[in-house]
Design a binder for this molecule. Structure first.
Ligand SMILES: N[C@@H](CCC(=O)N[C@@H](CS)C(=O)NCC(=O)O)C(=O)O
Length: 234
């Protein structure tokens, strides 16, 4: 049995970590049974980040490597028929979400003042004093350092917003009027896309990036379509 180690749900989403939500969505899309284990124990994760899986004693970390592992062991019902061009498009779209848009989402949640108020209350509001004061400060300092290391955190707030909005506009153009990112059928890139878009559109934080996404009817409809199909109770 596959055990999925991920953060506990937050923001009324299956997961407020887009990477965790991506993997749970992939498991559902591929029809693979799994058990959820909600955890904050990053030190137990093989690479110190969530999600990771334990598959009957085999530990695998990183959502991308996990999906490759699952395809190798259980088959590839979603992407098996894709040609080289579609695979290249999927890779480019995945990188756009995970390696670029992700960082403006992180900035909006953890650094921009309105987002931070909401994030602090949602993630740390339940802690007892003085942890309620100390932990969020330490966590935010770590995120600030990560943003700086990536490079996104070196830009002005206006530039970070503009970069995020440009990503969202490009993704809306790539989706166009197709039901899924690669056409008529859902593929694994939709696990990434729907998880990241839900973490932009369906969160209680407000930001120019969220407003830009809300301005694209196709992105809103896509998110709804994916949620109804794969998280029908949610
Ligand atoms: N490339 C990894 C990224 C995972 C990742 O960044 N997870 C974040 C949550 S969204 C995390 O665990 N952060 C905790 C930390 O860095 O300390 C994947 O695809 O799984």
């Amino acid at each position: 049995m596959i055990t999925l180690h991920q953060f506990p749900p937050a923001f009324d989403l299956p997961n407020a970590s887009p990477f965790c939500m991506k993997l749970e969505l992939y498991l559902r899309m591929a029809g693979l049974p799994y058990l959820n284990r909600y955890t904050l124990e990053l030190h137990r994760a093989p690479k110190g980040k969530l999600p990771w899986i334990d598959d009957d004693g085999t530990a695998v970390a990183d959502s991308g490597f996990i999906i490759e592992y699952l395809k190798g062991k259980y088959g590839d019902p979603l992407d098996g028929k894709l040609g080289p061009l579609q695979r290249a498009q999927a890779l480019a779209i995945t990188r756009l979400f995970e390696e670029h848009l992700y960082w403006s989402v992180i900035y909006d949640r953890w650094i921009a003042a309105p987002g931070w108020e909401v994030t602090r209350a949602a993630f740390f509001g339940g802690l007892r004093w003085p942890l309620r004061i100390i932990i969020p400060r330490v966590a935010r300092r770590g995120i600030r350092a990560e943003l700086h290391g990536h490079g996104m955190g070196r830009h002005s707030p206006e530039q970070i917003c503009a970069l995020g909005v440009a990503d969202v506009d490009a993704l809306a153009a790539l989706l166009g009027d197709q039901p899924y990112f690669l056409g008529a059928d859902a593929t694994s890139v939709d696990a990434t896309a729907a998880a990241f878009l839900a973490n932009v559109l369906l969160v209680p934080t407000e930001s120019p990036v969220k407003s830009a996404a809300e301005g694209h009817a196709n992105l809103r409809a896509y998110c709804q379509r994916m949620a109804q199909r794969y998280f029908p109770a949610g």
